[in-house]
Design a binder for this molecule. Structure first.
Ligand SMILES: CC(C)(COP(=O)(O)OP(=O)(O)OC[C@H]1O[C@@H](n2cnc3c(N)ncnc32)[C@H](O)[C@@H]1OP(=O)(O)O)[C@@H](O)C(=O)NCCC(=O)NCCS
Length: 150
């Protein structure tokens, strides 16, 4: 299996959405993904990455945003047919290298509470659960208690 990691481009959006649909039980729909992708790409064009096979088909995705010191990664997904070959590990370490080169020193991510299976992957790469931190969010489109969308 010959896999490489390269920058994501706008042309990759349908393939990225398709990879996310295959990997996640509750994926973003393509419109939401496109919105997030365009916003992230505008300010962080070199920290949105895809893993591709020998035919340049997208088999893995990750993207990250940073503010100078802190960065957040999201969208980590590997197509089920390609899981278990270290592709996620390569995507995470590559995005880490990109951030380190920019002077980013703090990297964070969110994990859905029932996704325990992914924790060893991150722990093996040096991530630790942040004790004493709660995650809060707000839907800026609906301040009336409407649940926060993904
Ligand atoms: C998590 C995921 C990206 C791992 O991709 P991968 O290329 O198989 O990962 P690697 O081969 O680099 O590392 C394997 C490790 O990933 C984790 N993993 C493997 N399959 C997984 C799955 N279906 N769900 C969650 N974690 C998984 C395990 O820790 C595994 O270690 P193990 O092989 O010792 O059990 C991939 O399984 C996936 O896309 N899962 C669904 C989406 C998801 O949960 N994304 C993370 C959001 S925080």
């Amino acid at each position: 299996m010959s896999i490489s990691v390269r920058d994501m481009t706008l042309d990759d959006i349908p393939a990225v959405a398709s990879c996310q649909r295959a990997a996640f039980r509750h994926p973003f729909d393509q419109a939401v993904l496109t919105h997030e992708f365009l916003g992230c790409h505008r300010f962080n064009p070199d920290t949105l990455l895809v893993a591709v096979d020998e035919n340049d088909a997208v088999v893995g995705t990750i993207w990250g945003a940073w503010n100078g010191r802190r960065a957040v990664i999201s969208g980590l997904a590997v197509h089920p047919s390609y899981q278990g070959h270290g592709i996620a590990r390569r995507l995470i370490t590559t995005v880490e290298e990109r951030f380190r080169a920019k002077g980013v020193t703090r990297l964070s991510l969110e994990i859905t509470a029932d996704n325990h299976r992914v924790i060893p992957l991150y722990e093996n790469l040096g991530f630790r659960v942040k004790e004493g931190i709660m995650s809060m969010g707000k839907n800026l489109n609906a301040e009336d208690g409407t649940p926060l969308p993904q």
